[in-house]
Design a protein around this ligand. Structure first.
Ligand code: FE
Ligand code: CA
Length: 515
């Protein structure tokens, strides 16, 4: 522990000791006193603007059992400073942590300076939180370089967050998280770390305790405390492979709707996002985040509005194209009409030099048939199950300046050329897709694989790697460089990290190539 961290820790222990033991009798109204640290879930920030950022924490002195805060509102003081010692304070305020939001707070700080690092801290019941570091976005018009990482899929049971420890050590402006922040249900597969609570009922209490256990991880806390995050979700924030666009009036969907409302509520309570509070089973999560004129991130929600997943095709149901008939049905949608119109109009009118579509599931076509004489496109949970929406986006990407699709979900790294017509091998790429591996999901690879041979079956696929890790990107006006970062293990609490491959996309290039 360095001296600064020691001083912070000492001050916090002293503050806790000064509170003394709590009596067992009912507490009168008044300031809350905590007999345990209420900041065990750490601090976070997100969705940076040129003049602001969202600060987050949740009071939870008993994180694995509902939080442990009395059932009333608690004042949480916050402050933002221009120095790590928190002397040069520029903004302060008090937020109300309410029981309805599990005593979480989202402070949307404004009137900050653009492109500047800030530090922040909370205080509740006389106890101070750890200090977080964040950064505002550059002003409109600026073309400043941007360093970011993107990551996804952090199954707690499958491994330690050695990748988050490595992210926290990087020199970044922002982190994008593309889904599967938690995994619902009981631990399955090769279990490295157990969940505190056995049993699962899809209740709000279950989701809250699950997020809380994930957030007790010190490496995840360090990653949040080091940089602002931009977060979207995938399926496991609610349930494996769920589709949100189901008929609300159908009584058979009542349980699914209730589970979704609980999952969305807990997601909101634990994420540093600038979005409205969820209303039952609805949370408007799709949004843009811009970094001057250099880059805009179109952050998608590929779950809430998607048509129900097509049933796995039997071979006789497959069309000559290799797709299930339902996958190419133009009535089916991945994004929903409103989000799709928003995305297409946003890309069409964009003045950004680079345009990132940041979303959760694989966008490219990939033939997974083992039979050389057949073509099988069976990715029913990713964009291969929603071909009509994919084509509308591809057609717009072809007309968009420097488009790049960022994805997660596959638990391996892929680089693709996105073709306007995947069935035509001579069709030019309209954009690159960079798909990032998991932080921990599926654990250490059984056989590590970084050697890659391109096959005639999938000429659009340019790279594959199955390590755990994340993707680190350096964006300049003239070039995007993506480093695929791999950790040596997730079976142990500490690991080394290395770059297995680097790809670059040049200004106007529309294709990623080995750097
Ligand atoms: Fe996943
Ligand atoms: Ca997923």
């Amino acid at each position: 522990m360095d001296r600064r961290a020691f001083l912070i820790a000492s001050a916090r222990i002293a503050a806790l000791a000064a509170l003394g033991p709590l009596g067992s009798c009912a507490q009168p109204a008044g300031p809350v006193k905590f007999d345990r640290d209420p900041f065990m879930l750490g601090v976070a920030s997100g969705d940076p603007l040129p003049d602001g950022v969202v600060l987050w924490t949740r009071l939870a002195p008993d994180p694995l059992h509902g939080g442990g805060v009395p059932n009333r509102s608690v004042d949480v003081d916050w402050l933002v400073a221009r120095d790590e010692a928190m002397k040069d304070v520029v903004r302060t305020g008090t937020a109300s942590a309410i029981p309805d939001l599990a005593h979480s707070v989202h402070v949307d700080v404004s009137d900050l300076e653009p492109n500047r690092v800030y530090w922040y801290r909370f205080r509740a019941g006389g106890v101070e939180s750890p200090i977080g570091r964040t950064r505002t976005a550059p002003p409109a018009g600026a073309l400043l370089n941007l360093r970011f990482a993107f990551a996804s899929c952090q199954n707690y049971a499958h491994g330690y967050y050695t990748a988050h420890a490595a992210i926290a050590r990087e020199d970044l402006h922002v982190v994008l998280f593309l889904g599967d922040y938690i995994y619902e249900g009981n631990a399955r597969g090769d279990i490295v770390r157990q969940y505190a609570k056995r049993g699962w009922s899809f209740s709000l209490a279950d989701y809250r305790d699950r997020y809380a256990q994930y957030r007790t991880d010190k490496d995840l806390q360090a990653s949040h405390a080091a940089f602002p995050w931009i977060v979207t979700w995938d399926d496991h924030e609610v349930e494996n492979n769920y589709a949100g666009g189901i008929d609300r009036e159908d009584p058979r969907n009542k349980q699914a709707i209730a589970e979704r409302a609980a999952g969305y509520q807990a997601f909101y309570e634990h994420m540093p996002v600038r979005v409205p509070r969820p209303q039952g089973p609805e949370l408007k999560l799709y949004r843009t985040v811009s970094f001057g004129d250099l880059a805009t991130f179109y952050v998608l929600d590929t779950r809430q509005y998607r048509s129900p997943e097509v049933a796995l095709c039997r071979e006789q149901d497959e069309t000559p194209s290799g797709y299930c008939p339902a996958s190419v049905d133009p009535k089916r949608t991945m994004l929903g009409a409103e989000q799709r119109a928003w995305l297409l109009a946003g890309l069409a009118g964009s003045t950004s030099h680079w345009n990132f579509v940041a979303q959760s599931v694989r966008f490219a076509q990939q033939d997974s048939s083992a039979d050389a004489g057949k073509r099988v496109f069976d990715g029913v949970d990713n964009w291969m199950g929603y071909v009509a929406d994919r084509q509308l986006v591809l057609d717009q990407l072809a007309r968009t300046k420097n488009p790049v699709v960022l994805s997660g979900d596959s638990h391996v790294n892929f680089v693709y050329d996105l073709k306007r017509d995947f069935s035509d091998p001579t069709s030019p790429a309209v954009a690159a897709e960079l798909l990032g591996t998991s932080i921990s999901s599926e654990g250490d690879p059984f056989i590590p694989q970084t050697e890659f041979t391109q096959s005639a079956r999938n000429p659009q696929l340019k790279f594959f790697d199955n390590h755990r890790g994340y993707v680190r990107c350096t964006l300049e006006p003239g070039r995007l460089t993506a480093d695929f970062r791999a950790v040596s293990t997730v079976r142990a609490p500490t690991a080394t990290v290395s770059t297995t491959a680097s790809f670059a996309i040049d200004d106007g290039g529309r294709s990623a190539n080995r750097a």
